[in-house]
Design a protein around this ligand. Structure first.
Ligand SMILES: [Zn+2]
Length: 217
């Protein structure tokens, strides 16, 4: 089935979430001419090992990753890691203001049952902000925090697209050295597992929160 969204808002609690979970899909959207706006809620300065890196290393890596994907609209906010629930209302209002300006056809957001409190906060506020609208919402999983995530939307990925995804993730040099889920074998394993659902070698997988389809020609 062809999917042809013209505008997509991607919501990433932390600097690397969306690339890990949906990097290949986002690249396809951009190559298809879709307007993609990326909103990252934390600059993750608290998570940086400052004995080895500058405090803004993740911001720089996030900008490099966005450039690699071809994202022209990137906004990085400064909510402190692990404290998003305290800022729930502000996060809702931020998403709501983008909703009014952009009116995206699709939002790609974290999953509401994600165990990480920051992911969960962004997921719930995204659902709230787009309640009673004709915007479709897909949820993504972040490796290791989404126990029970079962995808029901699949985007098939080719071998060369996996190579591009790995190249993209290696923009996060400071994370590659400390997070095992950045390793190419883990990335391939996850995409290969999702591919099995659709009988193809690889796929990125999402859960459907809301799909609004237009059948007019
Ligand atoms: Zn995260």
């Amino acid at each position: 089935m062809r999917f042809d969204a013209k505008s997509c808002l991607i919501l990433s609690p932390h600097t690397d979430d969306i690339e890990l979970s949906a990097g290949a899909t986002i690249r396809k959207f951009i190559e298809n001419g879709c307007r993609v706006k990326s909103l990252v809620f934390s600059d993750c300065k608290k998570s940086v090992d400052t004995s080895r890196y500058e405090q803004d290393v993740l911001v720089k890596e996030c900008r490099a990753a966005a450039k690699h994907l071809g994202i022209n609209e990137l906004e990085i906010l400064e909510y402190p890691v692990r404290e998003f629930p305290k800022y729930r209302q502000e996060i809702l209002e931020k998403i709501y203001s983008i909703r009014k300006e952009m009116k995206p056809e699709l939002v790609i957001a974290p999953w509401e049952k994600d165990l990480h409190q920051d992911h969960q906060t962004v997921a719930k506020e995204a659902l709230r902000a787009f309640m009673r609208t004709d915007t479709s919402i897909w949820a993504y999983q972040v490796p290791g925090t989404c126990s029970g995530f079962t995808p029901d939307i699949f985007i098939s990925i080719t071998e060369s697209e996996i190579e591009q995804k790995i190249e993209l993730l290696y923009k996060y040099e400071s994370q590659v050295v400390r997070r095992d889920y950045f390793q190419p074998n883990k990335i391939r394993g996850m995409l290969s597992y999702f591919g099995t659902f659709i009988g193809l070698p690889y796929a990125e997988g999402f859960m459907n929160c809301k799909s609004v389809l237009n059948l007019d020609i």
